[in-house]
Design a protein around this ligand. Structure first.
Ligand SMILES: Nc1ncnc2c1ncn2[C@@H]1O[C@H](COP(=O)(O)OP(=O)(O)OP(=O)(O)O)[C@@H](O)[C@H]1O
Length: 255
């Protein structure tokens, strides 16, 4: 069981009146971070990975303070999907996915182990990338590039997944493929935290949500309880309608 918790954490956001946030996220849970552009979803994900500083408060993984965890163990425990992909290296899809295993071979530059190769093959299969495995990153479409980045994260096999807009660039079929895959990883014991702009994906796949409001207040808890028009309309400053199709809650913007 893995736990990620924050106690009175104030994010380092520009022009922010400090409002401390506290929450606990556990193995098996799928968290959706929801809120308008610029509210701090990416900042929160990067803060939880100790990639950027925060103003005050404490973040813990399994009761150990984030800043006390050695970089290498953190790289093994926590995986991040970035919103922007840096494609500086002239690498193929397979090489990029294999790079997900870097935290396990970084300490001694040893050859890729059998497990590294098995996980890389499984990741290519899970994201339907087998036929593209020898293709250069520069020759991929936006959606193929996104699936490659998710495959690298899958190969890394972290306990805590910090995933920034996983369905960016993806067509409907691949959105379902990816959301289903991420949800399975939570069922296998991962802590899944993702920023999302699509309320319907959140309603379908997230067990928990964090609603991040422009005044820096948050509501965090079970998705079923928090995904209501009363909470969501002020979140986006947008009138919405709520319905149900095949037993599934759906939201749409209204005039
Ligand atoms: N490198 C940076 N330097 C200074 N300010 C930044 C930087 N990156 C982001 N910001 C600002 O920090 C705030 C939070 O940005 P963040 O990217 O976390 O928002 P977000 O909720 O993820 O937005 P979006 O939904 O548009 O992706 C915004 O006001 C943004 O303009």
């Amino acid at each position: 069981m893995t736990t990620l918790s924050a106690r009175s954490v104030v994010l380092d956001l520009p022009n922010c009146s400090p409002l401390p946030m506290s929450f606990e996220m556990k193995s098996g849970e799928v968290w959706g971070l929801l809120g308008p552009n610029g509210v701090g979803k990416t900042t929160l994900l990067h803060t939880l990975a100790n990639l950027r500083k925060w103003c005050s408060g404490n973040i813990y993984i399994d009761q150990i303070r984030l800043q006390d965890i050695h970089r290498l163990s953190l790289a093994q425990k926590v995986g991040v999907l970035f919103q922007e992909h840096q494609d500086g290296l002239p690498a193929t899809v397979m090489e990029t996915v294999l790079l997900g295993r870097f935290p396990y071979s970084a300490s001694n530059w040893k050859n890729d182990s059998r497990r590294d190769q098995e996980l890389t093959t499984a990741a290519l299969e899970a994201l339907s990338l087998q036929s593209l495995s020898t293709r250069s990153l520069h020759q991929l479409s936006g959606g193929e590039r996104q699936r490659t980045a998710i495959a690298a994260l899958y190969a890394q096999a972290p306990d805590i997944w910090l995933v920034d807009e996983p369905t960016n660039h993806l067509d409907l079929h691949h959105q379902v493929e990816v959301m289903s895959l991420l949800s399975q990883q939570a069922k296998k014991g991962g802590v899944m935290i993702m920023s999302l702009h699509d309320l319907n994906l959140a309603a379908r796949w997230c067990s928990h949500v964090m609603l991040m409001y422009p005044d820096r207040s948050i509501l965090a808890g079970q998705a079923q309880q928090l995904l209501t028009l009363e909470n969501l309309e002020p979140l986006y400053q947008q009138k919405l309608v709520q319905g149900e199709i095949d037993g599934q809650t759906v939201f749409m913007p209204s005039n």
